[in-house]
Design a protein around this ligand. Sequence first.
Ligand code: GLN
Length: 496
Amino acid sequence: METGLDGTNLEGLTIAEARSAVADGRISATALVEQHYERITAVDGPSGQGINSYLALSRERALAQAARIDSMVAAGETLPPLAGVPVAIKDVLAMQGAPATAGSKILAGYRPPYDATAVRKLEAAGAVLLGKLNCDEFAMGSSNENSAYGPVRNPRALDRVPGGSSGGSAAAVAADLCVASLGTDTGGSVRQPAAFCGVVGVLPTYGRVSRYGLIAFASSLDRVGPLTKTVEDAAILLEVLAGEDPCDATSSDRPVGSYLSGLNQSIAGLRVGVPAEYFGDGLDPEIRAAVERAIEGLRAAGCAIHPVTLPHTRYAIPTYYVLATAEASSNLSRFDGVRFGLRAESATTLSSMFRETRDEGFGPEVKRRILLGTYALSSGYYDAYYRKAQQVRTLLTQDFLKAFAEVDVLVGPMTPTPPFKLGEKTDDPVAMYLADIYSVAASLAGLPAISVPCSETAAGLPIGVQIMGRHFDEATMLRVAAAVEQQRKLQQSTAQ
Ligand code: GLN
């Protein structure tokens, strides 16, 4: 699509388009940043559509980087892969000097003195960092309604949630308030909001992208991933982000593949597994039909479709919610009023300062999880809950390894329902947890997965299909995702 970069039209603007417009001198990086800020002012706040995706803007840093790119263009220098591309960052990742709230009151006023590795890599590749994006408090949630700074609205349906926890990251991309963004995914938080907002979201293999500078929620599950408007953009970003980092001992030293160059290779002959457990009761009929159509499209493109079974799937949610809360209860103990952000001023003793700071600073969902996790780890319950959940995690992983002995990717729905209404599930935490039914198993198994828009409901709400790959085989997963995206484009053009 040729985008009119005339100060009004950022709609659908991709990384490749933005970069080439800057490289060809059709627009300066500075003007492109300014256009995004104008659009953010017009759309994001209460006087616009009230999307509320940005928590902070990093204007000075963005303009300095844009000026740097503009002078490289003027000097005819070779440009890096993201030259001049405006991106934004979920507020759980450190950007030096900018606020990092993690959507929580307890971090109010905290400004990290360093950059997360993912942030540093983006900027080194020429990206322009626009600011920090809203999210559920400490990335705990599936609707962005747990943010202490107000919910985010879904740009595709303003009375509905954008998904969570990276709700701001998905909404900002969907509303063209940045070209791409970073989110984090512990149990679905990149993929589910991507599906709800009609954008692409990638969960890279555990270890593929450094987490240095990420405010930890559940360290055996947390991952950083891109949200983009196209699969090609996701491949470009992943190539920049992936790789070993001496600052993150869990990052992998496996060589990084060339995700972009393989993207348009034929998918004929690939074996696509369809897990029976992902099409059970509770799956919205329109989503079922859309995902089945996408699978038929893969068959028509020459893939062999194999029914497979992942028999432990029904244990994935309870397993995830024991392990994630246990790890959170430990990770969040560092927020005590001493080192970061908020300190309860009225406290008179050290221990009352700890207590009151945590009481004032954490929201209800975070407190619920600290309690749940502390319980699961406590003596007498550890074996019944924490140890058991670790054992089930192994069984879930083995299900996937067996399936991947026979197929190259797995395909199924990303979410059981389309985006729900704001407020619809806020009084029922278990109903909210069940929204993660198709997300958490890949998280527990460390597998890469992607959500790609494949259709929409009769009411016009986005539907995402999920493609899961083998460990470190993002390349095949992205190739299949590109084919799904291509088929959708063909459908849309024939429908017009
Ligand atoms: N919705 C899940 C939860 O609330 C996943 C969150 C995430 O991936 N950060 O824990």
